[in-house]
Design a protein around this ligand. Structure first.
Ligand code: FE
Ligand code: CA
Length: 507
């Protein structure tokens, strides 16, 4: 395998010096007093011939990383076996202070649908050896794809027992649907506490990611499977919308904050984007799962109109019904439509953040109370998408969702207010890894079930993830829940399973 850059190597008295041909700045290995691999490693965005492998050098993770302000050469290798003896690719990449000494290597020329193992090394320090897997060839005939999806891992609310069990599953990949970190400050009553105040600067966000990524269960889950990730609000600020903060920050202040948060996200995730430090990152993208499926990953935060009707749970004002309200932005909406039109896969899976099904929280006849942060606040955006699926006879559309910290199964209807209206797609909402869904919300949702017959399942007290098995006949979703998030040794079980049959939308 070719190195990405031609490297000239010379040995000087201080140690190994590598000169990167693309930039004449020297890179060298500092004297570490602690392993730089405290944050583990990760892989992600698999394709049939490539996968991103990631790490970040951080000998003192909660103190800005603790790296000297120099460029550091990082060696990487990829092998066919867990002992790293049958090497299929290796090279050196430069970790720079500008990107927090994070590295992303796009390892190419791999075989489709294959398990690989990878490892990083700096000086005498070696990272953990981790496992990853490529996707099948886009047109290959595939019998089965297995994946899990998860979201919302509030550090302060509990332990990542769900990740411990997730790492034991037999999966091709994990989809993470947002709220990887929470930006807020310390809660002194929490079972485990955030370090630092509300995240506002690049250093704040770096330290917060470092704290989260120090968790051995989270690392285990990354070390076992490639992840396909998108973000929601808490990677920046609760319920932000495009450049509008939730609280009293001005647009100019929030621009700086969002830029810092987006950069920290890039620095800590195995995503394939051509990153330039700037105000936006294009995160929506798609993955072919052989002829069986296509996975389209959305970003419902970066381009959305500000929540209508003052956000929160409200009766719908005029604004919520307006055609000018957008959740995806014009470019992403057009991209999604063309991805769906071009797809020849049996299953078309839309991975996104917020609940798509309507949910009327007011059970009284002719009344309405809707969560304005969800698709319920962007009624025409949802109508356009569901009509598009129906008009174009898109094959088996399935939506997978996070954000709401509770488990749901929803039949997505052309008209949610008419139970006889056709079901055009199915939505599976995974509960949180650890984030809280308050008891009063559980009671409110249960009270309103009667006004929402398209909702086939709701459970609001448990934590975990959803494991999905895709075949040409069906998509089966197992709601995997842990017995407690306050007990690091808690067990896991399947709460309930749901099946969508090929050609029959709805569960
Ligand atoms: Fe959340
Ligand atoms: Ca959220």
């Amino acid at each position: 395998m070719k190195r990405r850059h031609f490297l000239v190597t010379t040995l000087l008295s201080s140690g190994l010096i590598i000169i990167d041909q693309l930039s004449t700045q020297a890179a060298s290995i500092p004297d570490f007093s602690n392993s730089p691999f405290t944050l583990g490693v990760a892989s992600g965005d698999p394709q049939s011939d490539r996968v991103i492998i990631w790490t970040r050098l951080a000998p003192f993770p909660l103190e800005g990383g603790g790296m000297p302000n120099i460029r550091v050469p990082v060696q990487w290798k990829v092998a066919k076996d867990a002992k790293m003896s049958e090497i299929v690719g290796q090279g050196t990449v430069i970790a720079t202070p500008e990107l927090g000494h994070s590295v992303h290597v796009d390892v190419t020329q791999l075989e489709a649908n294959h398990v690989y193992w990878y490892q990083f090394q700096v000086g005498n320090y070696k990272s953990a050896i981790a496992r990853t897997k490529t996707l099948p060839n886009p047109n290959a005939s595939v019998d089965k794809v297995q994946f899990a999806f998860a979201s919302c891992q509030d550090w302060q609310n509990g332990y990542y027992v769900a990740h411990k069990h997730l790492a034991d599953e037999d999966l091709d990949f994990v989809v993470f649907l947002g709220d990887y970190i929470y930006e807020r400050s310390r809660d002194n009553n929490a079972v485990r506490q955030h370090q630092g105040e509300d995240c506002l600067t690049l250093e704040d966000y770096r330290n917060r990611y470092a704290q989260y990524k120090s968790d051995p269960n989270l690392q285990a889950s990354h070390h076992r499977f490639p992840w396909i990730m998108t973000w929601d609000d808490h990677e920046v600020d609760n319920n932000y919308a495009n450049l509008t903060a939730e609280d009293d920050q001005t647009i100019e202040q929030f621009k700086k904050r969002r830029k810092a948060a987006y950069q920290a996200y890039y620095e800590h995730t195995p995503i394939r984007v051509s990153f330039q430090p700037r105000e936006d990152i294009t995160l929506y993208r798609s993955f072919d799962l052989g002829n069986l499926g296509k996975l389209m990953v959305l970003d419902t935060r970066q381009y959305r109109s500000d929540q209508p009707c003052g956000d929160g749970a409200k009766p719908r004002c005029q604004e919520a019904m307006s055609e000018t309200m957008t959740l995806l932005g014009t470019a992403q909406e057009q991209w999604l439509q063309s991805q769906l039109s071009d797809s020849s896969a049996s299953w078309n899976i839309i991975a996104q953040q917020i609940m798509m099904a309507q949910y009327n929280l007011d059970p009284r006849p002719q009344q309405g109370l809707f969560n304005m942060d969800q698709w319920d606040g962007y009624v025409q955006s949802r109508r356009r998408l569901l009509n598009f699926l129906d008009d174009n006879k898109i094959s088996n559309p399935v939506v997978i969702t996070g954000d709401i910290h509770s488990s749901w199964v929803n039949n997505l209807k052309l008209d949610f207010d008419d139970p006889r209206s056709p079901t055009v797609a199915t939505e599976f909402v995974a509960t949180s890894i650890s984030s809280e869904f308050p008891q009063q919300y559980v009671a409110a949702v249960n009270l309103a079930r009667i006004a929402n017959p398209h909702v086939k399942f709701f459970e609001g007290t448990k934590h975990g993830y959803v494991r999905s098995t895709l075949t040409s006949e069906s998509l089966k979703s197992d709601y995997r829940v842990v017995s407690s998030i306050l007990d690091p040794d808690a067990s896991i079980e399947t709460l309930q399973s749901f099946v969508v049959k090929n050609g029959q939308p709805g569960v």
